[in-house]
Structure formats: C-alpha cells, structure tokens
Design a protein around this ligand. Structure first.
Ligand SMILES: N[C@@H](CCC(=O)N[C@@H](CS)C(=O)NCC(=O)O)C(=O)O
Length: 284
C-alpha cells in the first residue's frame, strides 16, 4: 500500500516547472483518479536515467513503496490491479482498445501538426541544459530538418487542425465524459493531448468558441485544477484569417443516425421526409 497515500512520480518538466509530455500528463491524472497524492521528482529531458536509478530512459515512471513501474499504460494497469477497491481507470479491456484507437487518431490529427507549430517553444520552454539535446534529438526525429525550418508556415497549419477534430466534438457533444458520467482513463489519454499542447502553445491553437472547450475546461479543473499549473498557456483565442477553414461544424451532423436514437417512426420522420423527398417543405 502506498506509504502515506503517496506515489512517487517522476515528472517531465519545462523550466517553469510545468509538466510536458502527453504520457506523463495521463499518468499524473491516473494517480489522482486512484485517490493518491503525488510525491513529485521533478526534472527535464536530460538525466532521466540517473533520476530513475538507471531504470528508464523515458518517462513517466512511478515508484510505489519501493516498486518501480515504467510506461504510462503499464502504470495505469498496475494501479487498477494493485488497488481494485479504488476508482477504476480502465475497467473493461475494451476501454483500453478504444482509448488507444482514439489516442492514435489524436496523435495523427492534432499532436503531429501541433508539434511542428510549437517545436521552437518545446525547446525554448525546456531547461537551458536540455536545449542542445532537444535540438539534436528532435531534428533527427523529423528527418534531420532544422527546428526553425519545421516551424515555418505554422500560421497556415494551425487553423487546418481544427476541422479535423470534429469526431471528438461529436462524441463529447453526446457524452459528458468519454467514461460516461464520470471520467476514466480514456478521458485522461485524450485530455493529455490538450494538456501537452497548453504546455508549449505560445499562440492559442483553438478558437474561443470551440465546442470542445467545455470538456477540456472541466478536465483541466479536475483534482483541484491539476491542469491549471504555472507555465501553461491559453488554448483558446486563435484568431482566424480570411480563407481559413471553418473550425467546426455549425449545423446538424451529416450522419444523423450516429447521434440520434431510433425510438420509432416519429423519431426518424423528419429524416425520412428529407431523404425520400416526401412531405419535405419546399425551400422558401
Ligand atoms: N511508451 C512510453 C513512452 C514514454 C515516452 O516516450 N516519453 C517521452 C516523453 S513524451 C520521454 O520520456 N522522452 C525523453 C526523451 O525524449 O529523451 C509510455 O507510454 O510511457
């Protein structure tokens, strides 16, 4: 049992102390969800191996009463297995499968383009002793391109991310949390994408009126405002320019069957009238 209700949490920080990395954010939420306090070991990108006593080159890592657990998914599974009487993170195996699907989609749709937009801030917000490592490792990651070159054209790329998030808007327009009435690990994996983005975004990536704002704000407020820590930047306030795409759908969903429950002919009458052309009002 975690001593004093605390779990040692090896954080990955910027110089401001704010947490970066989606994996690390998801784990921070997972520990709080289980009702534990965080005994934080802070630090940046270099020196992870030393901080973890030679156990890991990557974060997150936790230590629970002397037992080290590596990897964000393995940590979540460990917490559920070791503390089954506390609130469940994953619950059913299908939660893991669907959360991984959603997360993979979010990495492709949001994190990848956002990383190219905020790559210079990812470095400048890091500890000064991390700058050289971030430059070298991330330039290699991006196929030996200079970070300055990767960031070029970001004003054009940022607005294009938003329409791609419609799938998540559709889901969260129908459900309070991905976990249903209360958040679960799927929420934390998805929220972690936005938490990471707020740790690097020197200009907001999303418009003020984005429908995702409600879920994001509620998520950042969880556990006494876990996501509202110094060093985080506003996510909302992107100013669109002429010619930018519509950031989100304003009308009804194109595929009503996805979001509307069939409770008999009355519930589908308007759609039937529309798709059969029978009984449809003539356009004004
Ligand atoms: N599969 C691992 C991935 C962890 C990982 O890649 N963490 C990154 C942070 S985003 C890291 O520690 N990077 C250190 C580095 O780049 O040297 C998990 O889910 O925990």
């Amino acid at each position: 049992m975690a001593k004093d209700n605390k779990i040692t949490f090896f954080d990955l920080n910027h110089e401001s102390g704010c947490t970066t990395s989606p994996f690390v954010w998801a784990t921070k939420y997972a520990i709080k969800h289980k009702g534990f306090d965080l005994d934080v070991v802070p630090g940046g990108f270099t020196g992870i191996l030393e901080r973890t006593g030679g156990r890991s080159e990557r974060l997150p890592v936790i230590c629970d009463d002397g037992e080290y657990i590596l990897d964000s998914w393995l940590i979540a599974e460990y917490l559920d297995a070791k503390y089954p009487d506390r609130p469940t993170l994953i619950g059913d195996p299908s939660v893991k499968v669907l959360a991984q699907f959603l997360e993979t989609w979010l990495w492709k749709t949001a994190i990848s383009p956002w990383m190219t937009c905020y790559i210079l801030q990812y470095r400048s917000r890091a500890f000064p002793h991390d700058h050289a490592y971030i430059t070298e490792s991330r330039e290699r990651m991006f196929g030996n391109r200079k970070l300055e070159d990767i960031a070029v054209g970001r004003e054009d790329r940022l607005p294009k991310v938003l329409p791609e998030l419609e799938l998540l808007r559709g889901l969260l327009g129908q459900h309070k949390w991905l976990g249903g009435e209360t958040p679960n690990y799927a929420d934390y994996r998805a929220l972690a994408v936005f938490l990471w983005c707020a740790s690097v975004a020197d200009i907001p990536p999303m418009t003020e009126d984005d429908p995702l704002r409600d879920w994001i704000d509620r998520g950042f407020d969880l556990y006494g405002g876990l996501g509202r820590i110094p060093g985080m930047s506003p996510l909302f306030g992107l100013q669109l320019r002429e010619g930018d795409p519509e950031p989100f759908a304003k009308g009804p969903s194109l595929v009503a069957g996805l979001v509307k429950r069939n409770t008999g002919p009355a519930s589908t009458a308007a759609e039937t009238a529309h798709i059969t052309g029978k009984g449809e009002k003539a356009p004004a």
